[in-house]
Write a protein that binds this ligand. Sequence first.
Ligand code: NAD
Length: 349
Amino acid sequence: MPSQPTHTTLESPENPLRAAVIGLGSMGANHARVLADLPGVQLVGVADPDPERVRRAIAGRTIPGFANHRTLLAETQPHLVSVVVPTGLHEPIALDCLQAGAHVLVEKPIAANLQAAQRIAQAADHTGLLLTIGHIERFNPAIRELKHRLAQGQGGRVLQIRARRVGPFPHRIRDVGVIHDLGPHDIDIMRYLLDDEVERVYAESRSHIATGNEDLFAGMLRFRNGTMGLLDINWLTPTKERTLTVLCERGMFTVDYAAQTLCFYENHAAAAKEGSYASVTEGPMTRYPIPNREPLRVELEAFRDAILAGGPPPVPPADGIAALAIAEALVRSGQTGLPIHLDQVASLP
Ligand SMILES: NC(=O)c1ccc[n+]([C@@H]2O[C@H](COP(=O)([O-])OP(=O)(O)OC[C@H]3O[C@@H](n4cnc5c(N)ncnc54)[C@H](O)[C@@H]3O)[C@@H](O)[C@H]2O)c1
């Protein structure tokens, strides 16, 4: 049994924030690695019922590992916790962390369903603790640069955003389908880049590998200002691809999330006519130099800084709830073959 460390409630750069990670699978192991070496933060414990994962996470570190997250919370009293368990467990474990007085980063999607998501957000509200959602792509340097360029009006009006997120089948994920698992990444990025809300969705989805959940999905989003969002997402592609195309009146941006690259293909005709949208011809292409950074590190730095500043959370719970509401509407549309208006989502059974 590990000895109980001294707990300090003072959150300041002189007193490192005490951090813990619950769930040490493929993503949780990365949270533990990054938190263990983040300035201003001290990793004080990790938990997972799988002893081998605990053993690997604490190897070479002088921190305790626990099989049970409640024991971890009681014995290490962390200021902040990364909740990186399967999506179906986000709610009970995030609620336990908030109840124990910890600020919480819960991985995306915020929860397995909207009701659970709202209960987590309400609990954070009641405690006054920060709750942030692990929409990690917002912290990708290529997306940050794109956001900056769109905000400056570089491309003019955005007509369409297309995301392609495909790869092999992840056999470990059983509790949700590909729309809940991968869709929230690009749904969140589209809302974030456009600063606009989705009003209607339509999806086609199929389940080819017998898990009971969809694994092949094509979705369309209509934003309030008319921008069209296209989602091409599946777990059935032998090669991994994570790309985004933002088609604007004055040209097209392309992002490769994994390579962290951003390019702009100019619409020469629009440039020649000083922005009037009369024609489209191919103009020069620019690839912007972007210093690579690990998005998870940037995300956890932002969470640390938000705690030290007393808020707001880097990705507010409302954004996690919105991404999940849109994902749920897409699942429903795929099942019924009907377009779904987002104001109907709250009343879905
Ligand atoms: N932001 C991203 O890019 C990203 C990437 C991958 C996964 N995720 C999210 O992270 C979460 C975990 O995904 P993963 O791919 O790491 O899954 P995983 O199956 O690899 O790992 C989950 C881990 O949780 C552990 N676990 C189960 N019950 C637990 C409990 N009660 N207490 C503590 N640990 C428990 C399991 O033993 C396992 O080690 C999911 O919500 C997923 O959507 C996010």
